[in-house]
Design a protein around this ligand. Structure first.
Ligand code: IVH
Length: 667
């Protein structure tokens, strides 16, 4: 067998095993054997680059080449569905279909409504050529490279008889198990949590780095085939055929003819859906015959041949054990309900936020109450009501908001007209101190990696740090002596603290945590005033004269600098060598060589990083924009600019400029 033949054989075999594992859930060989075949193919492909094929099973691992997404127009618009929450409206739908079709008999196809993000896949000659998100329904993002990493999506079809070209649509999902794992990891890294698997899936698919996408293990169910020569007039039958070609099609699809059958299906899955590995939010009911679908047609927005019945948010009844209180970085105290653990939408929950004192009072909670807990598409469950019928004369104690801070004992306060109750002790209340330090080191602030909430906690508890400035006095032996800390990690932390001295002023300004001064405001202030000294001395009028700086922010800045301790902290950070003013890189002179030009950057560059190019564009008066349009002046193109982007540029006649040409332009 020639290497080329072996490559082809391995590809076919690996595609088949992938399908058995990820679609049928019936692996035929061990993971070990699978890895061995994969490695053999990888080696052969490396030796024979002429055999490169974007649909090879080896391509599922993704790549870290960053590329921006190109917008692609959908051949058929991607519409949404009409929604209903009641059986009566399902009946109306049924009767409407009946009336429109006259005396014709019709079948309905009931299927689960998956709660992810919709995707449109195009296959040509049995190969996946394009994957596009819904976008605005008319055009979406080309996310092919990311979609290729989803194991249950076939890159090459099996069997025969598929149309030469067709589209198949479905839902990309992050299974509950992956979602929980991802959020646990993000929590450990102190990154914001995804609210639900839908957001997680859509955030993942928009990542620029497809190897990260590959690691997140997305899944996909396909539910709609479109094209000129489909295998059958029946929607259900088309999808069963698609399953034969290797697509993952929901096994729960059912054909029904009567309304009772439809209701039975809905009731069954409303109860059963909690056992599914992915999020669902309803049932879709479709007229099965494609010819009948055509004669029913569309309204302006939705098909007349289908409807979505949405489930009520999943609820559970459980016993309230205790209300605890959390103190945040700004001192806000949040009440948290702790109850008997219950299973809700695939996960076990035992806590729910009670938001604030008003919310809690309105519920009139008593310890031991039976409460309704709901998880409506969001990760944080809420308590929606108390089951008053379950109360007996032995009612537990009424829950009253605490009056002293649970962390430092200070009397709590409430600002007039605000719902939040807070601990005013911002100088010695531990969660406030730790919270401020955590904010200071976070990625968008000083970006000190290696240090997380746990380490801050540890350093604080042994008395090594009391505020952000103390970080700059830490030495390796201080840290390496601590529990669970080796020399290596101590060294990393110290090095990354060292590096933070280079962080530009605008991020230092964000990091010091002036209330209401977020990332964007910090940028604006740093541009307007240029240094900490000038900001500190700015008058109220000077502050509000800056675009988007209002009275609330101006007051907060004045309050910050009026505080002795805050001023002392800033002084010590300055002494530690942090950037306290905007640094203008004198070596690059500012010109208007690119004035009025909007420039798209695309591809991978050899001489400078993408960020450096962005800075150069700005330094020469140009604007960096993210997507190509007829207004784009030119594209600064590196290696591996995506073919779709290239096509778009050519279609719009936008000039493509190489790295060298660009550098010559600004010389
Ligand atoms: S059919 C023209 N079937 O729900 C109708 N959609 O609310 C095409 N969805 O955008 C859609 N499961 O993202 C269909 N079994 C299913 C579905 C489904 C989930 C999503 C889809 C669509 C949205 C509409």
């Amino acid at each position: 067998m020639t290497p080329h033949e072996r490559i082809a054989q391995l590809r076919t075999e690996l595609h088949r095993h992938n399908h058995s594992y990820y679609v049928k859930n019936m692996p035929e060989i061990s993971d070990f054997e699978f890895d061995r075949l994969m490695r053999e193919l990888q080696d052969l492909e490396a030796q024979h680059p002429e055999c490169y094929d974007s649909t090879s099973p080896t391509q599922r691992v993704g790549s870290d080449i960053t590329s921006e997404f190109v917008q692609i127009a959908h051949k058929y618009p991607m519409l949404s569905l009409g929604n209903t929450y009641s059986f009566d409206e399902v009946r109306d739908f049924y009767e409407r279909v009946q009336r429109t079709l006259g005396s014709e008999p019709f079948e309905l196809c009931c299927e689960i409504k998956y709660d992810g993000l919709s995707i449109s896949l195009t296959y040509e000659e049995g190969r996946l050529v394009r994957a596009v998100t819904r976008g605005d329904g008319v055009q979406g993002d080309d996310v092919t490279a990311n979609v290729r990493t989803i194991q249950s999506i076939p890159l090459v079809l099996q069997g025969t008889g598929y149309p030469r070209e067709f589209e198949i649509r479905g839902e990309i999902l992050m299974p509950w198990e992956q979602f929980d794992r991802l959020n646990r990891e993000r929590e450990a890294q102190e990154e914001p949590l995804f609210a639900n698997p839908r957001n997680a899936a859509s955030g993942t698919l928009k990542l620029q780095n497809s190897s990260v996408v590959a690691a997140r293990k997305l899944d996909a169910y396909l539910y709609y085939m479109l094209g000129d020569s489909l295998p059958s007039d029946g929607h259900y039958e088309c999808l069963q055929q698609a399953a034969e070609w290797g697509f993952k099609v929901s096994p729960s699809m059912r054909k029904c003819t009567t309304l009772d059958e439809v209701f039975e299906y809905i009731n069954h899955w409303d109860a059963e859906r909690k056992n599914l590995p992915v999020a669902t939010d309803g049932i879709v009911i479709k007229v099965n015959s494609l010819a009948q679908q055509r004669s029913l047609g569309y309204t302006a927005k939705v098909p007349r041949w289908a409807i979505a019945y949405k489930f009520q948010a999943e609820k559970a009844l459980t016993r309230l054990n205790e209300v605890t209180y959390q103190v945040g970085r700004t001192g806000t105290v949040t009440p948290v309900a702790n109850f008997e653990p219950v299973q809700l939408s695939g996960t076990i929950v035992k806590r729910a936020t009670l938001h604030n004192a008003d919310f809690m009072d309105n519920l009139d909670l008593h310890i031991g109450d039976m409460v309704f807990v709901e998880k409506g598409g969001e990760i944080i469950p809420k308590i929606t009501a108390v089951d008053l019928d379950a109360r007996t004369f032995m009612m537990g104690e009424k829950v009253r908001f605490i009056t002293r801070c649970p962390e430092c004992g200070t009397s709590l306060m409430r600002s007039e007209g605000e719902a939040a109750i807070f601990c005013p002790n911002d100088t010695t209340c531990p969660p406030q101190i730790k919270g401020r330090i955590e904010h200071f080191i976070s990625r968008k602030a000083m970006n000190i990696d290696g240090l997380g909430a746990e380490t801050v906690d540890l350093l604080y508890s042994v008395g090594l740090i009391h505020d952000a400035a103390d970080l700059y006095n830490l030495r390796i032996p201080h840290i390496s002596r601590l529990e669970r800390m080796g020399y290596k990690s101590a060294e990393n932390i110290v090095r990354s603290i060292e590096r933070s001295r280079e962080v530009p002023f605008e991020r230092v300004l964000f990091a010091i945590g002036i209330r209401f001064v977020g990332e964007t405001v910090a940028k604006k202030l740093s541009r307007a005033f240029g240094s900490m000294d000038r900001l500190e001395n700015a008058t109220f009028d000077e502050l509000i004269a800056v675009d988007e700086i209002g009275e609330k922010i101006a007051q907060s800045i004045h309050r910050f600098f009026a505080n002795e301790q805050c001023r002392a902290l800033v002084a010590r950070l300055k002494e530690a060598g942090l950037q306290m003013e905007v640094v203008v890189d004198e070596s690059i002179e500012r010109t208007d060589k690119l004035a009025g030009k909007s420039i798209v950057i695309s591809g991978v560059f050899a001489q400078h990083s993408r960020n450096e190019y962005k800075a150069m564009i700005e330094q020469h008066g140009g604007t960096n924009v993210s997507s190509i349009s007829s207004k784009t002046s030119f594209i600064l193109a590196g290696r591996d600019m995506g073919p779709a982007k290239l096509e778009k540029a050519q279609k719009l006649g936008v000039l493509i400029v190489s790295e060298e040409e660009f550098l010559a332009m600004i010389e």
